[in-house]
Structures are given as structure tokens and as C-alpha cells.
Design a protein around this ligand. Structure first.
Ligand SMILES: C[S@@+](CC[C@H](N)C(=O)[O-])C[C@H]1O[C@@H](n2cnc3c(N)ncnc32)[C@H](O)[C@@H]1O
Length: 224
């Protein structure tokens, strides 16, 4: 992305995530970030040859790895701006002995930044996805932060335009107030709720259950 474009994005889009960096990375993770990560950049020219799946805010990547294994004919792109999460995923998909990619994860691509930069990138303009996953998006529970919520109607409309025929968006959150807010936002989109029933997907954040609710709620959406 051109510097000019990046500046424009930063001036016009509110940040939807918390930290970009946590504790210092180990030598192995630093090596993986410098040497392997660039090789796993999403490539628009892979589109058309394989179905595409996107996971937004993959955290440490537990669910992204499952997606890669269960959809071996698809390209699975993960977007995550938190460097320690990206490094944790890189560590989990490589062998400790020689840092090579474990073959069952060869369909993983990583965009280590705000997913909106990827989706609004000219090179990715025509790419459509069969599945788009958003598990436990940052809930921004304080009223003054509500505008930082990623799943507002503008963003949902962007995702809707990126869905392949019969494609689905799967959202999960344990923050029930955010869930109801998303359902309200849907009224200003071309998306409809196809189902709300899904077996609980265990991710790091789901296990932490910061919202203190009894279970996560899910939304499976498709275009009207
Ligand atoms: C609460 S965590 C959940 C992580 C993971 N999905 C899980 O369930 O364990 C939300 C994640 O979304 C990421 N995130 C927030 N805004 C994002 C954006 N615009 N693009 C990509 N990722 C984003 C954050 O960095 C954070 O890691």
C-alpha cells in the first residue's frame, strides 16, 4: 500500500483494536516474523484457483489453524494487527527444529494489520470469500468507545460486498450487548441471519470469557 493511501486510511478510519505489541518476542519468533511472515503474504492472484476463507482478528490463531486443516483446498487468510498473536501463530505452524512450515498449514496466508487495509486494497478489489469469520471482536464496552466497534453497518456492508455466491459470514461473541448491537446494525445492510446455532468454538478469548456470560452467541449471515 502506498504511503499516501495509508495516511488517508489512518486519518479516516478509527482504530478498532487495542495493542499492536505485547511482551518482547523470543529469538525464534523474531526470526519467523522477519523471514517467514513476508512469504505468507496474501496474494490476490491465488483467487480463482482456490476458494478463499478469511478470519478477521485471529488472536493467537487456534481457529485459523483448524480452518486450514479442515479446508485443505482453500486458501485461508488471517488478518491480525497484534504482533504477538501473529508470532504465536507462526510458531505453531512451523517445526521447532528448523522453522519450516508444517505441510498441513501450507494454505495459510497472514495479513499482519488492520483487515480494512486488505479489503480496501486495489489489488484485492475483486477477491471474494466463501467464508468470513469474526470470533470475539473487541467489544469496546464503554459507551464513549462504541464508535470503535469493528462490526458497524459500514463494515458489514463491506464484508457483504466481498462474499462469494452462497458465501457466509460467521460471527461469535460472548458479549451479548455487542451481539444485540450487531443485530441492529444488520438492518442497514443487505445481510440476513441464516442461523444462530453453532457448536461452541474454543478460542483463547472464548476461554477467558471476560464478559462473564454463560456462553458465546453466534450469527451466521448471508446476502439477501
Ligand atoms: C478480543 S480479541 C479475539 C481474538 C480471537 N479471535 C479469539 O477469539 O481468541 C479481538 C482481536 O481482533 C483484532 N482486531 C481488532 N480490530 C481488527 C481489525 N480492524 N483487523 C484485524 N484484526 C482486528 C485484535 O487485535 C484482537 O486480537
Amino acid at each position: 500500500m502506498e504511503k499516501q493511501e495509508l495516511k488517508h486510511f489512518e486519518q479516516n478510519e478509527l482504530r478498532t483494536f487495542g495493542r499492536r505489541h505485547g511482551k518482547k518476542l523470543s529469538m525464534r519468533k523474531t526470526w519467523l516474523m522477519d523471514n517467514l511472515l513476508p512469504k505468507l503474504a496474501p496474494k490476490a492472484d491465488e483467487y480463482g484457483k482456490n476458494p478463499m476463507i478469511l478470519e478477521i482478528g485471529f488472536g493467537n490463531g487456534e481457529h485459523l489453524r483448524e480452518l486450514a486443516i479442515n479446508n485443505s483446498n482453500s486458501i485461508v487468510i488471517g488478518a491480525e494487527p497484534f504482533a504477538n498473536g501473529v508470532a504465536a501463530l507462526l510458531s505453531a505452524i512451523t517445526t521447532e527444529s528448523d522453522n519450516t512450515l508444517i505441510p498441513e498449514y501450507k494454505n495459510i496466508r497472514i495479513f499482519p494489520d488492520d483487515v480494512r487495509l486488505l479489503l480496501k486494497n486495489d489489488g484485492f478489489k475483486n477477491v471474494k470469500f466463501a467464508q468470513i469469520w469474526v470470533l470475539h471482536p473487541d467489544p469496546w464496552p464503554k459507551a464513549k468507545h462504541e464508535k470503535r466497534r469493528l462490526l458497524n453497518h459500514d463494515f458489514l456492508n463491506l464484508l457483504s460486498s466481498k462474499l462469494y455466491r452462497d458465501g457466509k459470514i460467521i460471527i461469535g461473541t460472548d458479549h451479548w450487548e455487542y451481539y444485540d448491537w450487531i443485530v441492529e446494525q444488520l438492518k442497514q445492510t443487505n445481510l440476513q441471519i441464516k442461523s444462530t446455532s453453532l457448536d461452541i468454538i474454543k478460542t483463547r478469548y472464548q476461554i477467558k470469557n471476560k464478559a462473564g456470560t454463560t456462553e458465546p452467541k453466534y450469527l451466521i449471515l448471508d446476502n439477501i
